[in-house]
Design a protein around this ligand. Structure first.
Ligand code: NAP
Length: 261
């Protein structure tokens, strides 16, 4: 999606993958900086460990404890978390997060980025439910400690009563992700209502089993494709100082997904 964006804006830039072994992470970051690379995305398994090599950590990245974007600026290495902004922007396109009650399913890295960002954006309430409830409790405790925002937490047994009261449901688990497209959705249509926003972070397929349930209930489905594109758009802005051509980027991701299938 970045190369498509560069092409569409006639920019002589290129985005390439660099597989890096964990024991070489520090040397890789310093090497990229020495080579005058403008920036990189950082992904699994380096998002937390890379913080050690960052000179200036952006506030959201510091709260979340994970970095997905590095910017190299005249010897300074800056770390950002654009997943968090991508998560929020996709939601804000269809609803206002402020004063909404949000149910988050899952308590891994993506849930962490979304939960912190939504707490900062003024959600009225956040409930995190996870297969392993202890991880949900631990994330809720961390948000309380860092932001003084009281998040509730528990296991999936609470889904039926929690879903009914939510304005927004965010599924941050891999349930329904290709090739497991016929998984059973964690929340089914009977527990949803008209106008509720149902956001699945899975982006392959674009129309997941959860989003099909949302359609049945006349809820508002939001695909993880949006978060993927918007986190990319924010990284693009950080590196280039220019507004990202999000339509071009979304089209490039869709084309890539079709080619993969
Ligand atoms: P992660 O750190 O491994 O967390 C996965 C979470 O899902 C954990 O809470 C896990 O529960 C739960 N889970 C896993 N398998 C499950 C199952 N079969 N049933 C119910 N719950 C299950 O992963 P992550 O990095 O947060 O990513 C999670 C998903 O989000 C992936 O599908 C990823 O592709 C997607 N994602 C999308 C974007 C985007 O831009 N759209 C960005 C980031 C991630 P336990 O704690 O019990 O293991």
């Amino acid at each position: 999606m970045h190369n498509a964006a560069f092409r569409s804006l006639d920019m002589d830039w290129v985005y390439v993958p660099f597989p890096v072994r964990p024991e070489k992470l520090g040397r890789a970051v310093r090497g990229l900086e020495a080579l005058n690379v403008r920036g990189v995305n950082v992904t699994i398994p380096h998002k937390e460990a890379v913080i050690e090599y960052v000179d200036e950590l952006h506030e959201t990245a510091s709260l979340i404890g994970a970095v997905n974007t590095l910017e190299f600026d005249d010897g300074t290495v800056r770390g950002y978390n654009t997943d968090a902004d991508g998560c929020l922007r996709a939601l804000e396109e269809v609803t206002s997060v402020r004063n909404s009650s949000v149910l988050i399913l899952g308590a891994g890295g993506a849930a962490r980025a979304c939960a912190f960002r939504l707490a900062l954006a003024g959600a009225s309430g956040i409930l995190i439910l996870n297969r392993t409830p202890e991880r949900a409790h631990s994330l809720a405790g961390d948000i309380w400690e860092k932001l003084g925002f009281d998040v509730s937490s528990g296991g999936y047994d609470l889904i039926p009563e929690a879903a009914v009261d939510a304005d927004i449901i965010i599924d941050t688990t891999p349930v329904g992700m290709h090739p497991h497209t016929d998984d059973e959705a964690l929340v089914t249509a009977e527990l949803m209502h008209e106008g509720m926003v149902v956001y699945d972070l899975v982006y392959n397929p674009v129309r997941t089993v959860l989003l099909r349930e949302a359609e049945k209930a006349s809820a508002v489905p939001v695909s993880g494709l949006k978060m993927l594109v918007y986190q990319g758009a924010e990284s693009f802005r950080i590196w280039t100082g220019r507004k990202a051509p999000v339509d071009v980027m979304e089209e490039a991701v869709l084309e890539g997904l079709w080619r993969k299938d």
